[in-house]
Design a protein around this ligand. Sequence first.
Ligand code: FNR
Length: 378
Amino acid sequence: PPLAAMLNSFDFESVAREVMEPQAWGYYSSGGDDEITLRDNHLAFQRITMRPRILVNVREIDMTTKILNVPAALPLYFTATALAKLAHQADEARGTMKEGELAIVKAAKKAGVPYMLPTLSSYTLDEMLEARAPDQVVFSQLYVNPERSRTEEYVSKLEKAGVQALFVTVDAPQLGRREKDMRNKFTQQGSDVQGDDEDEGAVDRSQGATRAISSYIDPGLNWEDVPWLKKITSMKVLLKGVQCGEDAVEAFKAGLAGCVLSNHGGRQLDTCRPGIEVLPEVMEALKEAGATKENFAVFIDGGVRRGGDIFKAVALGAQACGVGRPVLYSLASYGQNGIVRMVHMLQDELQMVMRLAGTPNIPSITEKHVITTNLADH
Ligand code: FNR
């Protein structure tokens, strides 16, 4: 179908499933174990109901905001997903997009949202950085390597390139069992894992994408490494993959800039809670610990598929939400323009929801605009 026929983020997923190679589809779409958390990530948003206010002047709706002080068109960013070039195989069949992460960098610029560059990208860090527009701000996701000197080099490269924030992934000391991916015995055809220029060969690729990535990540990483992380960079450091109030408070007390409530898109520990479900607990714990929205930023990702999902996350205290698979699926199906359209659709949906909820701008969206009694813990 033509791009114009895509009406929501799910439509891209349907097309992607058709056009992607089975291996790539298996790697992108899979979740851990029984995929309970994977499915629940989007469903959790549906357990939150709207509590709109009426007779507010909503002629003008302003969705613009700042994400870690970076201006954004809406409270949304592209989260890190490894190996965007796997969507590549689809290109050859369709004559579209051959650009993996490079297309994502460019689409992020056009859509006006930040992109969190993955450590395990299919293009090199330099190639991704070069694809940026001169004034384009990017963030970066970090897997800490068992060899700390590699991580130090990588981080100093990011810093020199003007990357604004470092999201350290903390939910993957071992990669989850993703059976769809495992069944494919997938061997990385046409795609390279490259943490950075030097990391070629550091990753054992013989056992499928997921296992290959495992050899790159240090399961020994712990709270005592946080001061080291803070010491090696002046970038903002955040933790990606926090799942409860205690850990968010620990991150705040350790002097970090924020955290992402995330279960890695349902790809790690199965039957854990969706980020949106963890959010009320975390906001409450942070408040008690003296954190404010100004000194500690909270993000969520996982299952964000509708503008209304973004609204709910903002209402419950998130500065912004990350989207992962919708970016890969829109890339696989229509390339860079597909990603931009996907964002525009989320934006249209958010605009409508804000108008119907009586909230003309982002700061006017509050927890009073949603009801969370059907969420776990509330
Ligand atoms: C991911 N994610 C991820 N996270 C991370 O910190 N480092 C990584 O290398 C990857 N790689 C990765 C690959 C693929 C194919 C997916 C789908 C996801 C997790 C990602 O950042 C994010 O947490 C989820 O994707 C959010 O959920 P949705 O939007 O995909 O539902």
